[in-house]
Each structure stands twice: as C-alpha cells, then as structure tokens.
Design a protein around this ligand. Sequence first.
Ligand SMILES: [Fe+2]
Length: 211
Amino acid sequence: MSWLVRVDHITYACAEGMIEKWAWFHIEVEGGKLVTRIDDVDPDNSKSSMKLWCIDYGAFGIALVEGIDRSDKSQATLFVERHGDHSVQHVAYDTSNLDSFMERLQKHGFDVLGEPISKKDGFGILKQLFCKGYSDLSPSETQFAEYVQRPRSIKEELEVTFSQQAGKGFYRQIEEATAEGRKTTFTNFSAKPSSWQPPEVAPPLSASYAK
Ligand SMILES: [Fe+2]
C-alpha cells in the first residue's frame, strides 16, 4: 500500500531579487494562481527573515522563498549559496495518515526534525512533519522531506487542527538545529536488510504514466 497520496507542494529557494521573476514565470507562463504573498515572514527578527509566496495549481502548489538577511544570513540565502537560484529545498508529500506514517518512519530508522505542527499554511489547514536532511550538509543547506496531512472532511479538519499541541515552527526548528551544529541525517539505512533486492518491475499504478 502507498502511504503517499500525492505531491502537496514543492518549495524553491530563490536568489536575492529573483522571487518576483520566478513568480511571474509560475503565474503568467505556467498558469498558477498566487494565493499567498508575505514579503517578510518575521519582521521583528533582528537576525533574518524571508519572503514567502505561494502559487496554487489546483492539484499541488509551489512555494517560493527568498532570504532577507539582517545580522545573519537567512536559511534561504545559505541554501541558494550552496545550490543556486530556484533550487528545490523540499518536496512535501500528502500522506493518508501522518501520525501512522511518522511511527512507520521511526520504526524504520528515519529521523524527524521535530514534532508535527498543525497550522494554516499558504494553501490551507494542514498537519506537517519535517524530516532531517537527506545529506549531511548543514541543516540550512540540506534538502529534506516534508510530509503533510490535509483534511479531506470537516471532521478530519477538526482533528488536524486540534489534535496536536502547538509545535515549533519549521524555520525555528532549522534555526535551532543550525545553531547547535547538528548534522544528523534522515537515516543511515540501518533498518534496510542487507539481503534486500528490488522487486520485479510491475505495471504503473496509473495508466497515464505510461503514455
Ligand atoms: Fe513545505
């Protein structure tokens, strides 16, 4: 059974002065809809902040971030310095049940960055879980996975909204990990049996992929 339902959103880190140009591309050329525009997510933070614009395509979304450097460099700036303009910082996958999937990840030796967070993001209400980096680059520079659960009914919306205690925001979680110099990764594959072999290749789940 697939635990992942679809891609929820993809987040690109933009170089200084580039968020507007990439937004133009995603909106006017690709046909996305601008649904969130925050030009300073943390105006009172003397260290750094960032811009966050969200573009909705209906089936999934794109988030653009651009660093605002103050006394420190923003995580978005550090990420762009390492990977270049408009680089994928993370892909967020919608799961059928986030709590169960988190247990599953942990059972298989995968490490999350912090507690799941319930909040409203640029695309609506969701519960989200951020994972440690795929690589051992610093927490600001590494790419990582985000898993989410979007409510599919009013009942689920109430569960998603009120079931979790408020967690620390994701960027705060990364900031703390960066400050502590933590460089642990998502997994060391200790749960993968050495005898594991890929299964026989099967037909695609959706016929449209094969066309
Ligand atoms: Fe995200």
